[in-house]
Structure formats: C-alpha cells, structure tokens
Design a binder for this molecule. Structure first.
Ligand code: HEC
Ligand code: HEC
Length: 464
C-alpha cells in the first residue's frame, strides 16, 4: 500500500471509475470467485502424504481430502465414558490398537498381549464332536458344536472397565468386574490386530469376483480351493460376500466398525443398541447405571466417519524390486502360494463410500472415483481355507469352521511385526512352515527349495 495510491483514490475523477463497477460487475465477480472455489474443490491437488502409509489414496478431491483428515482425528480420538466408552472395553481409541508404526494411523497392534483380543468358547457336551479328543475335531467345529460363552464374558473378553480405568469417577463400592477366562474354557483364541491400510479397495471388490475365485480354484487346484462366506448387510438386508477379519467374519467397513465400536470400545450404535459383550452380565452393580449415558451412544456419526477414513486410507506400497525379488516372485507362483494369496484383483467401476457428514442415522453415500477400477494388489483371494490343527483355534465364526482362516493379505508384509492370526511369530519362514491342512503340499514344496531359492522367495515377500 502506498500513500500515492491512497491519494489517487481520493481524487474526484475516480468516482467515475467506481461507478463502472455496478451491480452487474459485482455479480460477475461473485460468480467467478464461486466457480473458482468449486473448481479448486474438484480438481486434483496432491496431498503431502497421499499414497503413503496412514495417508489418503491418490487422486482425492480437496473436499474428500478435507474429510479424510477430519475423520482421521476420530480414528485417533480417545473416547470417554461420558461419550459412551464402556462400561466394558478393550481400548479407548481405534488408534490404540491400530497404530504401529505410530507415524501411520491405521497400522497393526503394538503387541498381541496389549492390543490383541482374546476369544473364548467351549464344546457343547451333547454334540458328537464333544465325545472325541479335541485335537481330532478342532478343525471342523461349527457353530452348532460350540458355546461362545456369551453369558460368561464371551465371545471376546473385555479386559478393561470404566471403573478400573477411571478410578476416581465412580464410587469405590461400585466396581465392575473385568472379563476373565471362565474355568472349564476349552478354546482360547488370541487375535492380533491387523493394519487397515487400503481397506476401501478391498471393500470395493465386487462380490462376484470373490465368488469367481472359488470356481477358479476348484477348476485349477481343487485341493487348495477355498470357500466364500457371506453376511447379511445390516443396512441393506442384502447378503454380501465377506472379506474382513481373520475368519472372514465381515463384509463391509461399516459393519466391522460398528462391531469394533461395540465390542472393543463399548460404544453402542443404532445398528446394535446393546453392548454385545455385556449381554447377560446382570451382575453389573446397580449403582453404575446412573452414570451410563443413554443408548445408543453413537447415532452413527462416528461410525460413518471411521468407515470413511478407513475406506480412503492408501494401500501399502512395494519396496525396491530387484532381480532377486523378481526370481522370488516366480517361485511364489510356481509353488502355488499365489493360488490362495492371489496377487491382484480389481475394484468395481463405480464405488460409493459412506459420507462422513451424513445426517446420521440416515446414511448417505458419495461416489469416490479414486477407488474405481483400481488394481487391488492385496495377495488374497478373500476366501477361507482349512489350515490344519496347528493353526486351528476351534472357534467357528461368521461361517468359518474351527480350522478355517481367511487368506491373509500379504501386502504390507515388509512393515508387519507380528504374523499369523495370533501374532505368534515375526519370522516369515516360520509363518510359512505353520501352514498345514490344505496348504500342506505347498509347504512341502517350500521345504524342498534349495537355500538360494528360499532366500529369493523371502526377498520377494519382504518387498510386499
Ligand atoms: C483392543 C484393541 C482394538 C481396538 C480398540 C480396535 N480394534 Fe480393530 N481389531 C482388533 C483385533 C484384535 C482385530 C482382529 C479381529 C479378528 O478378526 O478376529 C481387529 C480387526 C479390525 C478390522 C478388520 C481387519 C482385517 O484384517 O480385516 C477392522 C476394519 C478394524 N479392526 C477396525 C477398527 C476400528 C474402526 C476401531 C475403532 C472403532 C477398532 N478397530 C478398534 C483390535 C482392536
Ligand atoms: C491354501 C491356501 C494357502 C496357500 C497355498 C498358502 N497360504 Fe499363506 N496363508 C493362508 C492363510 C489362510 C493364512 C492365515 C493363517 C493364520 O493366520 O492362521 C496364511 C498366512 C500367510 C502368511 C502370514 C501373513 C500374516 O500377515 O500373518 C504368510 C507370510 C504366508 N501365508 C505366505 C505364504 C507363502 C509364501 C505360501 C507359499 C509357500 C503360502 N502362504 C501358501 C493361506 C494359504
């Protein structure tokens, strides 16, 4: 700003110039600014962390990016009892269990003991399966054979309570008991918390493509063929093919998120207004009820935000692809690892994701072109396979039997600290050698590789 200019504007002849900017010009100006704003909202401006772990998928619009970063905060947010946390829970935030490495929101659990979940069950005594040694039947136990101990703290133990974690908020004679493994429990399953990177791509794989994997495997490698599972989508009441969870127990991010809110954090939603794990726990001290906020704790607001964030999280990227990695990739195909760990699938041509700003509980959906017709290099067929007694936990879930597990997506392997459903090892060879059941012949192939070729295969796996 110069005095000279200021002087000028005071001169009377400028009054004529000012007149030229009449109402018409003002309207044109407003229209140009609005159009510019809309343009900026829609055009592609790369975000600093796009495509990186914990960052957004590439190609989002500025509006979508803004929503992504806002919803990422909800994933990190620690909930309080006043907001619905508890009375029983395992973690205060999603990030608490999905935050390794800590720089990347949405990663795996820190360690299985503190961020994993324990599922429990016992064989029903009146069933034929209960009359045989557990080892003989564990792989084939179904829902009819097992009591998931719903009234004794099952199916998933709750290791924290609002009175144990917020000691001074509640009267000392009003303590809630923490879930423990009831005596006589036969089946105890540790579950490691996996990373959720790239989950929007997985959600966007068309159902029929996963079903087609079954037929492809039956045609080409019947011994390795898996089973597709399905769930009724509680929003649309339509069946959808499952793809999430160690046992393939869930088909959409919204359902998984509502279950995680409910079971891991004790936050009820309009989907399920009761805290699942508190079913039948009538031994809550009476005095606690007056401290609990009304049900449902969340009308869908946080649920939609969390589902949106996970849907737009970037998939993991590959490490350097060397000659050795390329040789290892060939072996991965030759050994038939790739039958189950299918290298690539594709998302649907049109993809909708829940709008995080939906007027909940009426959820609205937004088209996200950045997720449309995209390759999904997850290394999974999203089917369950019988993996033998060494991996079996005996707990049927979502249609999977005691020894069945969903083929774990191998992307992100180079960042993973814990492998297999119970995180029992961090050694890739050990994880391979643990494969039994249907994968037995493939593991024999792996064992008979000369050392040099084993190294090549491992180099490939560590590049994922
Ligand atoms: C106490 C730790 C804990 C908390 C808190 C937690 N999770 Fe998880 N999460 C797990 C574990 C353990 C699993 C594996 C469960 C299984 O499949 O048996 C899991 C699995 C998942 C999966 C499926 C992963 C896959 O491979 O398909 C999603 C999605 C997920 N969690 C989302 C969330 C969201 C969203 C929140 C917050 C509302 C959350 N989780 C809170 C421990 C946790
Ligand atoms: C019959 C299908 C099948 C075949 C064949 C198969 N896998 Fe797997 N793989 C699975 C399933 C199912 C799991 C999950 C097991 C569990 O966690 O209990 C798994 C888990 C893994 C894991 C652990 C991943 C993690 O993050 O926990 C690795 C690594 C792996 N497989 C590599 C391989 C390699 C290498 C081969 C070939 C030598 C192979 N697999 C062959 C089905 C298969």
């Amino acid at each position: 700003m110069t005095l000279k200019g200021d002087d000028k504007s005071d001169k009377p002849e400028n009054g004529a110039t000012a007149k030229k900017f009449g109402i018409k010009q003002v309207i044109v100006g407003v229209v140009v600014v609005a159009a510019g704003w809309l343009f900026i909202q829609q055009v592609y401006v790369p975000a600093p962390d796009e495509g990186q772990l914990g960052g957004p998928v590439k190609g989002l619009s500025p509006t979508q990016l803004r929503k992504f970063y806002a919803t990422r905060e909800v994933f990190k947010k620690e909930f309080t009892p006043e907001e619905g946390l508890g009375p029983l829970f395992n973690g205060k935030s999603c990030f608490e269990c999905h935050g390794q490495p800590t720089s990347a929101v949405g990663g795996e659990g820190r360690d299985v003991a503190s961020t994993g979940v324990v599922r429990i069950g016992t064989r029903l005594p009146n069933r034929p399966a209960a009359k045989k040694p557990l080892k003989e039947v564990i792989s084939n136990l179904t829902q009819e054979d097992v009591d998931i101990l719903l009234f004794k703290g099952g199916p998933a133990l709750e290791r924290k309570t609002i009175t144990s974690e917020f000691v001074n908020k509640y009267p000392h004679d009003c303590q809630i008991e923490i879930g423990t493994v009831p005596t006589g429990t036969e089946l105890i399953s540790m579950r490691h918390a996996p990373a959720v990177f790239g989950f929007g791509l997985i959600e966007a794989i068309p159902d029929q493509d996963i079903v087609e994997n079954v037929f492809k495997e039956l045609r080409e490698n019947p011994g390795l063929a898996g089973r597709a599972l399905s769930q009724i989508d509680p929003l649309t009441y339509q069946p959808r093919i499952s793809r999430f969870g160690w046992k393939n127990q869930n088909s959409t991010l919204l359902t998984f998120t509502q279950e995680a809110l409910n079971v891991e954090m004790g936050i009820t939603t309009f989907f399920q207004k009761n805290e699942k794990s508190a079913t039948g726990l009538s031994d809550f001290p009476r005095c606690i009820y007056k401290y609990l906020p009304p049900e449902p704790n969340d009308v869908g607001t946080n649920m939609a935000k969390l589902a949106y964030f996970q849907a737009l999280l970037a998939p993991p990227t590959r490490g350097p692809i060397t000659e050795q990695v390329k040789r290892g990739e060939k072996l991965f195909e030759q050994l038939q690892c790739a039958v189950c760990h299918r290298p690539e699938m594709s998302t649907a041509p049109v993809v909708y994701v829940v709008d995080p700003d939906s007027p909940a509980p009426q959820l609205r959906y937004l088209e996200v072109p950045a997720l449309e017709s995209k390759p999904v290099r997850a290394y999974s067929d999203f089917l369950v396979h019988q993996m033998g007694p060494g991996l079996a936990d005996g707990l049927p879930q979502g249609g999977a039997k005691g020894g069945e597990w969903r083929t774990t997506p191998l992307w992100n392997l180079r960042n993973k600290k814990f492998l297999l459903h119970d995180g029992r090892t961090s050694d890739i060879s050990e994880a391979i050698l643990a494969h039994g059941g249907q994968a037995t012949p493939v593991v024999m192939g792996f064992k008979s590789l000369p050392d040099q070729e084993k190294d090549d295969l491992l180099a490939f796996l560590k590049s994922l």
